[in-house]
Design a binder for this molecule. Structure first.
Ligand SMILES: O=C(O)CCC(=O)C(=O)O
Length: 285
């Protein structure tokens, strides 16, 4: 139920913001978009307040965006039960949503994954913008092994643990990627979400929808370099065997979040081994 005066129910600075932008002849529906971004205001309130201020209806440019469920970790305490294991919560950021967890994997699990991958490694590809095929590029120089979901008993166990951790169905996960970076290897800044404006990435959206979340699990320590960095927010995560970084690739409306730009920094000394798990909005077959 909306108030008698939607405009008056807004904080003063937003009332002024509406008046000033209307005076500047801003597009009312774009103003409403700004007001509802990141869940700031209910769309009905935003539209009603702008309509009241201008004394005329606002034609909606598109249906108001709906909040979407996303993978999420309970960070209300310093540990969380993730299925068969209690995991440490080490760092939590709200926007973009990033959570660093410790003790996700036992040392023996990390070693077993590395051992399994060692004989299967191939140069890691990226998705080509033009047609969605796999292509090799100088900005991703690791080697890796693509796993099927539940490919081994260990992989199935870790997938079930991850599903419990991020409260997201196992069926929405892509197969794990085991990646090895040697000295100088890196993955330069990139997004994990598929850009719907590009024909290649758009094709990948047909299978399971957007990549709404990523979990990078560190299977080894690295002597120097090799951090996972988020250049636009100044965050760097140092690999620590058994720990992991989770991030949501979209905002709460399911729109790609540009603040999730991230990179695997060049390894300077030692070898970096990770397992990456990408989580889709829907079931991934
Ligand atoms: O190597 C890293 O630390 C990050 C890996 C990554 O960006 C990815 O797999 O999407």
């Amino acid at each position: 139920m909306l108030m008698a005066s939607p405009l008056a129910s807004l904080p003063k600075e937003w009332q002024i913001w509406i008046e000033e932008n209307l005076a500047r002849s801003c597009e009312p529906s774009s103003m409403a978009d700004v007001m509802v971004r990141d869940g700031r205001f209910d769309p009905r309130l935003a539209y009603a307040a702008i309509e009241q201020a201008r004394g005329a209806p606002v034609r909606q440019s598109r249906p108001p965006r709906q909040h979407q469920a996303l993978p999420e970790i309970d960070t209300s305490a310093n540990t969380v039960l993730a299925g068969d294991r209690v995991v440490d919560i080490l760092l939590s950021l709200k926007a973009p949503r990033i959570v660093l967890v410790g003790k996700l994997l036992a040392d023996e699990e990390c070693d077993a994954l590395i051992h399994y991958a060692e004989t299967r490694l191939e140069r890691s590809p990226v998705v080509a913008d033009r047609d969605g095929s796999n292509e090799l590029t100088a900005y991703r120089t690791s080697r890796g092994a693509m796993m099927q979901r539940s490919e081994t008993e260990l992989v199935a166990r870790i997938e079930a643990r991850l599903a419990a951790l991020v409260r997201w169905p196992v069926e929405n996960g892509e197969g794990m990627q085991l990646l090895r970076y040697e000295k100088g290897n890196e993955y330069r800044p990139h997004y994990d979400w598929f850009d719907p404006a590009m024909p290649g990435p758009r094709k990948h959206l047909e299978r399971g929808g957007q990549r709404v979340g990523t979990v990078v699990m560190y299977l080894s320590d690295v002597e120097q370099g090799g951090g996972t960095s988020f250049p636009d927010i100044g965050l760097q995560v140092q690999p620590k065997k058994g720990s992991a970084v989770f991030f949501a690739n979209t905002d709460s409306f399911g729109e790609p979040d540009r603040k999730t730009l991230h990179a695997g920094e060049p390894v300077e000394k030692g070898v970096k081994f990770i397992a990456t798990k990408w989580l889709r909005a829907g079931e991934y077959r």
